[in-house]
Write a protein that binds this ligand. Structure first.
Ligand code: ZN
Length: 495
């Protein structure tokens, strides 16, 4: 009974017990070897070794695997999944030109819907049970309704962070349309709502009115902060002076900031959403965990957008741990020193991907750890066919440096099985793919073939080359191999 349960086995609302896995509760305890996790209805009922399960419980064999809380992505522009991979070679400037200045306006409500549905399914498939949709393509309320419909159609936990990259936040957040939309919205722990906008450091601080709207509506705010060339220390200072830095704010990236800004974030209880792959490739600034740790700022992880990158938190964990250690080595070597301890460990990064995300969206009491009484968002990492999943001697190390989305065996959200034996349950992937194909066709034909191609492959100037004193003088030997030779250092010697 350990594998290949038909989905109707789970549809009866029977209790579920994971047996014999390595349990990582992410609450400061564990790992629990040979551990069990019992789920009754929508809750985690028990965690331990050899726990009793009610009669009729469905048993899932977790041996050779890792049982952990569902992961939480705190910043993903889900609508952009409709053009997955299109911007692989973009800089941040090229991203801004494409969406903010040129083509963002062509995306219809149905395109927002298509991107969101595929992104939501992708998240669940990869063990990300909660995603914050940083939804800044909502140029009309109709787009907002499409985003809501999409997220509600997929059995995951979502937070819609409402934004509009084509509008001024102090205007849309105070419009009657937006206020009516918010008034109509029903939220729950399955569907949360926030506001998403950036602070450009205009000394007049027009964003004040948007913060007032958020306060008025009792909404959390998520904002791209410390983004090279876009938002900076003055943005943070204006928020501070206005009294808008609170524990209800998430600072996304927070990469290009001075100590003074980090101190203000730390002092006001804010959290930072780190998108390492994004910061490394787009150039918001060096992924900041090495600085955040020193300021004691809570970290969560995010993937930002699939227009460039993958959307799984395995990639995020791996990139984040490597970037942090890379910076430590780089700083030490500049002083002629050697790093002899890695202060950031795999375990802490795994916490950032789970309970760190729950904390960042204000849901730490509901999700983020395998704690009896919390909602049952549970992931089993297990892949009998993968050589990389054996042996598991350092479970956090396996999770961060070895595992990938293909190793996600079973996923529960709110006690419901949405993936089992590597197969999604209750989601129409074929329909989601067809809808996204429709958006691709529409965008391509609307832009025209030339703009479509040029947008994907931005023109490159000729790069500067660095002069090299070493030259290859060819064919000195009898065997036709080039002979390396440096004019100054080895002249006159046989190479
Ligand atoms: Zn972003």
């Amino acid at each position: 009974m350990a594998s290949d349960h038909p989905s109707d086995v789970f549809a009866e609302g029977r209790p579920i017990v994971f047996r014999g896995g390595i349990v990582l509760p992410m609450d400061g305890t564990g790992p629990i070897e040979g551990g069990d996790v019992l789920v009754v209805r929508d809750r985690i009922a028990d965690v331990g070794v050899g726990i009793a399960a009610p009669d009729g419980a469905v048993e899932i064999d977790a041996s050779g695997g890792i049982v952990m809380p569902g992961m939480v992505d705190t910043h993903r522009h889900m609508w952009q999944t409709a053009l997955r991979g299109y911007g692989a070679d973009w800089t941040l400037t090229q991203y801004f030109v494409f969406y903010y200045l040129t083509w963002g306006k062509i995306f219809r409500p149905e395109d927002i819907h298509a991107g969101n549905v595929l992104s939501a399914i992708e998240a669940l498939d990869a063990g990300v049970t909660t995603s914050l949709d940083w939804s800044h393509g909502l140029q009309t309320i109709g787009h907002g309704e499409a985003a809501v419909d999409a997220l509600r159609s997929v059995p995951g936990r979502f937070v819609l962070a409402y934004g509009n990259l084509l509008g001024a936040p102090w205007e849309w957040s105070n419009s009657a349309d937006f206020r009516n939309f918010v008034a109509r919205l029903s939220t729950s722990d399955m569907f949360g709502f926030q506001m998403a906008f950036d602070v450009t450091a205009d000394p007049a601080f027009p964003e004040r009115a948007a913060f007032e709207a958020a306060r008025d509506l009792g909404l959390r705010v998520t904002t791209h902060a410390g983004v090279w060339g876009a938002t900076n220390n003055d943005s943070i200072r204006l928020m501070w002076e206005g009294g808008y830095m609170t524990p209800e704010v998430t600072y996304v990236h927070a990469a290009t900031l001075a100590d003074d800004s980090y101190q203000r974030i730390a002092a006001t209880g804010g959290t930072v959403s780190v998108s390492t792959e994004s910061e490394q490739s787009a150039g918001q600034g060096y992924p900041p965990t090495w600085a955040l740790r020193k300021h004691g700022i809570p970290v969560s992880l995010s993937m930002d957008t699939s227009v460039w990158w993958s959307a799984d938190l395995f990639s995020a964990m791996r990139a984040t741990l490597s970037a942090d250690r890379s910076r430590e080595h780089h700083e030490a070597h500049a002083k002629g020193e050697t790093v002899v301890h890695n202060y950031l460990r795999a375990e802490e990064v795994a916490h950032w991907a789970t309970v760190g995300g729950a904390r960042a969206i204000g849901m730490e009491s509901v999700i983020g750890t395998l704690t009896p009484g919390k909602k049952a968002d549970v992931v089993l990492i297990r892949n009998e066919n993968s050589p990389a999943m054996s042996p598991i001697v350092h479970p956090y190390g396996t999770l961060v440096f070895q595992a990938g989305r293909g190793d996600v065996h079973t996923v529960l959200v709110d006690g419901k099985v949405v993936k089992h034996a590597h197969k999604l349950i209750g989601m129409d992937l074929a329909a989601a793919k067809a809808a996204v194909a429709n958006t691709v066709d529409y965008a391509r034909s609307t832009m025209g073939e030339q703009a479509w191609q040029e947008g994907m492959r931005p023109e490159l100037p000729t790069p500067d080359s660095i002069p090299n004193p070493y030259t290859y003088s060819t064919f000195h030997g009898s065997d036709d191999r080039p002979t390396p030779r440096a004019a100054d250092s080895v002249s006159g010697q046989e190479a």
